[in-house]
Design a protein around this ligand. Structure first.
Ligand code: GTP
Ligand code: MG
Length: 234
């Protein structure tokens, strides 16, 4: 069984980080929870520590984006596999995380991920190129991403590229009841929309470099799992 550490990039997530760390620590497969906090001006680091996480605070050129925070977290771990998880999640439980890890631990999926619940759109969302922050991969997958491709919010697509181009098995499932604080909620309407557009354009910029066949490989290699954490029918 692979040794698994969790890496949570978090900047100014004091409202949610405690609950996220609690859920990840309760995951049956996780050894250590590493929160990477670069530049928070709130109590994210203190709350993460109090909840039992190890807190990494990268300095200098490493800081500055989600991708770089994730890299600092991986560098602080010697685990075989890394469970990535955003720090702004609401409604996350160990049931969701156990369900994400299970196909990886059982050897059925090299990359296993969970998406938010979009109701009727789930069948479509599960077949889109995944950009979710909740996923487990072997550490070599992350380390295979060239340093110059570690860039902000495009990191998830870079992980997809390594896994899909190697034609490795993927598992995807919806996480019932999980959502997150949106950028509008964190930064207000104007700044929230500005940051969302910024993120969107980072992703659109990838269309110039990412191969279309990578998406085809994803569609061929993904196994859709039952919803995680859903209540059984009454
Ligand atoms: N340490 C660190 N964490 C970051 C940085 N940028 C984003 N994060 C964290 O990465 C996680 C995901 O970032 P979000 O901004 O919520 O991105 P998202 O959920 O993909 O985007 P939205 O749908 O717009 O909310 C959150 O826990 C953020 O706090 C950063 O520069 N440093
Ligand atoms: Mg978010």
């Amino acid at each position: 069984m692979p040794v698994i550490d969790a890496v949570i990039p978090a900047r100014n997530e004091a409202d949610t980080i405690g609950g996220v760390v609690d859920a990840v620590r309760a995951c049956s497969f996780v050894r250590e929870v590493i929160v990477v906090d670069d530049g928070s001006s709130d109590t994210t680091a203190e709350l993460a520590l109090a909840a039992g996480a190890k807190v990494v605070r990268p300095a200098g050129p490493l800081g500055g984006s989600k991708a770089h925070a994730m890299r600092a977290g991986v560098a602080a771990s010697d685990a075989d596999s890394i469970l990535f998880c955003d720090g702004d999640l609401l409604g996350l439980t160990a049931v969701h995380l156990d369900g994400i890890c299970r196909p990886h631990v059982d050897g059925e999926a090299v990359m296993s991920l969970g998406t938010f619940d979009y109701g009727l759109f789930n069948p479509l969302v599960l077949r889109m190129p995944p950009t979710t922050g909740e996923r487990i991969v072997p550490r070599w997958v992350f380390e295979a991403i060239p340093t110059d491709r570690l860039d902000g919010y495009t990191i998830e697509v870079m992980i997809n590229a390594v896994v899909c181009e190697c034609r490795l098995p993927i598992s995807a499932a919806v996480m019932a009841g999980v959502s997150h604080r949106t950028k509008r909620e964190k930064f207000g309407r104007v700044e929230g929309y500005r940051r969302t557009w910024q993120m969107f354009w980072q992703l659109v910029g990838l269309l110039r470099t990412v191969r279309w066949r990578t998406y085809w490989f994803f569609l061929c290699d993904v196994a859709i799992q039952p919803k995680l954490g859903a209540l059984p029918p009454a």
